[in-house]
Design a protein around this ligand. Structure first.
Ligand SMILES: [Zn+2]
Length: 230
């Protein structure tokens, strides 16, 4: 009997992502989490993260390490599909691990301001998740993308802009979203079933343009090694 229950559960778990596919669209708001963050140095901030697998969420590194003091998280609360700082469609309070590509030991540096969270349970089965692409320069150049982020009071914003390649790890665009960084920069054409994340919103540059850190092959390999796609 137990075996049958386990088998049914497995079938249900396997079927859930297909239900998302069958819908032919992703609720991008639900797949984005409002982050309520405190670091071990005592600093607090809010930010945005985006699910890109059942277990994996990408965000800016400065949401996981304090960009002023180079200290890791004391805690981070995740509210998916947030409507306000205290209400939303799903809250995650379980365990998670994380990895960053910049720890800000010498202050803020935007070059590798990207990182990811691996949740202990497959929260993506509820929220859905974005497709993603480690895109090359020619793919990214002049792409018309959407940038999503939560404001400090947890209201979701969508911006639309054309990308330029800044360097090997960054893209840039003219429109600057206000509020919590770490949200997805994604592309979707009419023939694509799912929006495809190509970068995360990292910061505003000195000239006022916005900067995003690109999804890299390394990110994919590391997430795979950390079990983010199990
Ligand atoms: Zn700090």
């Amino acid at each position: 009997m137990k075996k049958i229950v386990a088998l049914i559960l497995m079938v249900i778990l396997a079927a859930l992502p297909l239900m998302v596919e069958a819908a032919g669209s992703l609720d991008t708001h639900f797949a984005c989490a409002f982050l309520d963050i405190k670091f071990q140095c005592g600093c607090t901030r809010t930010g945005t993260g985006a699910m890109i697998s059942r277990y994996g969420m990408i965000t800016a590194a400065h949401n996981l390490y304090c960009s002023t003091h180079g200290k890791p998280l004391e805690y981070c609360n995740f509210l998916f599909g947030a409507k306000s700082a205290s209400s939303g469609r799903k809250r995650y309070e379980g365990h998670f691990t994380y990895r960053v590509y910049e720890t800000f030991k010498n202050g803020y540096n935007s070059l590798n301001d990207i990182g990811y969270v691996v949740f202990e349970s497959p929260i993506g089965n509820s929220t859905g998740w974005f497709a993603w692409r480690a895109a090359n320069d020619s793919y990214l150049k002049n792409k018309f993308v959407t940038i999503m982020n939560y404001t400090n009071n947890a209201r979701i914003n969508s911006y639309y802009s054309t990308l330029s390649v800044r360097n090997n790890t960054q893209v840039t665009w003219s429109s600057v979203p206000a509020g919590g960084e770490g949200g997805p920069v994604f592309y979707q054409s009419a023939d694509m079933e799912f929006p495809e994340v190509v970068a995360v919103y990292a910061c505003t540059a000195a000239d006022g343009s916005a900067v995003g850190c690109r999804i890299t092959d390394q990110l994919y390999y590391d997430m795979k090694a950390d079990g983010a796609f199990n």
